[in-house]
Write a protein that binds this ligand. Structure first.
Ligand SMILES: Cc1cc2nc3c(=O)[nH]c(=O)nc-3n(C[C@H](O)[C@H](O)[C@H](O)COP(=O)(O)OP(=O)(O)OC[C@H]3O[C@@H](n4cnc5c(N)ncnc54)[C@H](O)[C@@H]3O)c2cc1C
Length: 388
């Protein structure tokens, strides 16, 4: 950190200390988190009044570390990962002041969980193909359609929703972005069971769901631009989460390697070493990407981080299963659990192996991310498109 940064970091530590002098970190958890938000110590780079202080983003870890040191409760970002990682930056960039004040605080404290109603049976990679309709009716919009693979819809109160408002226009231009109240009439959430046995995600059926126009995010017909903010943040949020050295799945693999001398072979040694180096490179790249975010919004580099995260997670979990031999094939639990987040570190090797298959699909498939890198990072010719 430069001298100015050091001084700014010291001032933030002083602020946290003053806050802790007034708010008991061992008292009521939600009251504490609400007060932290109101003091601008939630996400310091957000504006004053919206959980932040307008400070540089890279100073956030200073604040987080000071709260951890005090034993303060955290806001469990993984529990509301879509809210924190995707809905919040989209709301901040495209929302109205009323929307900022209504949504950001309960989102950050985790009092309101969010999910993402983007994918449909016929619109995943080709997201601009959504057919869920939103039709204007006075001050409301009436929404009808089917969404799929909706992680956390069974826990969520709110959803970010992409819907078609003008079927006559070329598909990227006829869409509008909404915030959808999942507690309203016409919303049906059904579990979808995954390869792991769990149902982390759902099908969501929307039948004549009425949304007031005040829940529209961005201009009518501008939904694609708003969705791009979400998608770029999604890739960073999936692939760029902070990780200590030898943390995550590589940590589990290396621990097994160190503890189980009976499993070792020279060939496996080389393989695990190579994975360790890849994991460290991926971790440092994600760190650098988060630092670059200080300057603004995530760019296409987020796609590269998400792409390498997915490949690495699959390679590590595959090696772990092979290393463990027959033990690696014993799935710990195949009952239908309604979890909210993948438990990649808490469950057994088989779970990790099975769940990691989804890493190269969720948040944009690896094939699509390679296209983005080819076109927007390397400047290679784009695929021909007839739909714009
Ligand atoms: C664990 C998990 C959680 C998810 N959570 C959510 C969620 O919360 N909310 C949500 O809205 N969605 C969610 N999704 C959906 C996810 O975003 C889509 O599955 C993904 O975008 C792929 O779309 P698709 O399944 O329709 O596949 P398709 O688009 O049908 O693709 C099928 C195959 O064709 C390839 N392909 C398609 N087009 C091209 C092309 N132009 N060039 C090269 N290859 C191509 C794809 O890469 C893929 O391999 C989740 C998915 C998973 C696995």
């Amino acid at each position: 950190m430069a001298d100015d940064d050091d001084a700014a970091a010291d001032r933030l530590r002083d602020r946290v200390a003053a806050f802790l002098g007034q708010h008991d970190p061992h008292g009521d958890r939600i009251e504490f988190l609400r007060a932290r938000f109101d003091a601008g110590l939630a996400w310091v780079h957000y504006p004053v009044g919206l959980g932040g202080l307008g400070a540089p983003r890279h100073l956030q870890p200073v604040v987080d570390a000071a709260f951890v040191l005090a034993g303060a409760p955290d806001n469990q970002p993984r529990r509301n990962s879509i809210g924190i990682g995707m809905a919040a930056p989209t709301l901040l960039r495209h929302g109205t002041p009323d929307q900022h004040h209504r949504f950001l605080r309960p989102l950050w404290t985790g009092e309101e969980i969010w999910c993402q109603l983007f994918s449909e049976p016929g619109a995943g990679s080709d997201l601009a193909g959504v057919t869920t309709r939103a039709v204007r009716d006075g001050d409301d919009w009436v929404v009808t359609g089917q969404k799929v693979w909706t992680s956390m819809a069974h826990r969520a109160r709110w959803a970010i929703l992409l819907a078609r408002t003008d079927p006559e226009l070329p598909k990227h231009r006829g869409m509008t972005y909404f915030v959808c109240d999942l507690s309203g009439p016409g919303v049906e959430v059904r579990p979808l069971r995954q390869l792991t046995g769990e149902a982390e995600f759902n099908e969501v059926f929307l039948t004549d769901v009425r949304l007031p126009d005040s829940l529209r995010l961005g201009a009518v017909g501008e939904g694609w631009q708003v969705a791009r903010t979400t998608l770029m943040n999604e890739r960073v949020s999936i692939g760029g989460a902070p990780m200590p050295r030898e943390g995550g799945m590589i940590g589990l693999l290396t621990r097994t390697w160190r503890d189980r001398a009976d499993l070792r072979t020279p060939g496996r040694h080389d393989e695990i070493l190579r994975l360790w180096v890849r994991a460290e490179a991926a971790r440092l790249t994600a760190l650098r990407l988060r630092q670059q975010l200080v300057a603004g919004e995530p760019g296409p580099e987020g796609s590269a981080v998400k792409l390498s995260f997915a490949g690495l997670a699959q390679a590590i979990s595959g090696t772990e299963v092979e290393l463990l031999g027959a033990d690696g094939l014993r799935h710990d639990d195949w009952s239908l659990r309604r979890s909210t987040e993948p438990d990649l570190l808490g469950r057994g090797a088989t779970y990790r192996y099975l769940r990691a298959r989804g890493n190269s699909i969720e948040g944009g498939t690896s094939e699509i991310l390679r296209n983005i890198i080819a076109e927007r990072v390397l400047g290679l010719p784009a695929e021909p498109r007839v739909d714009r």
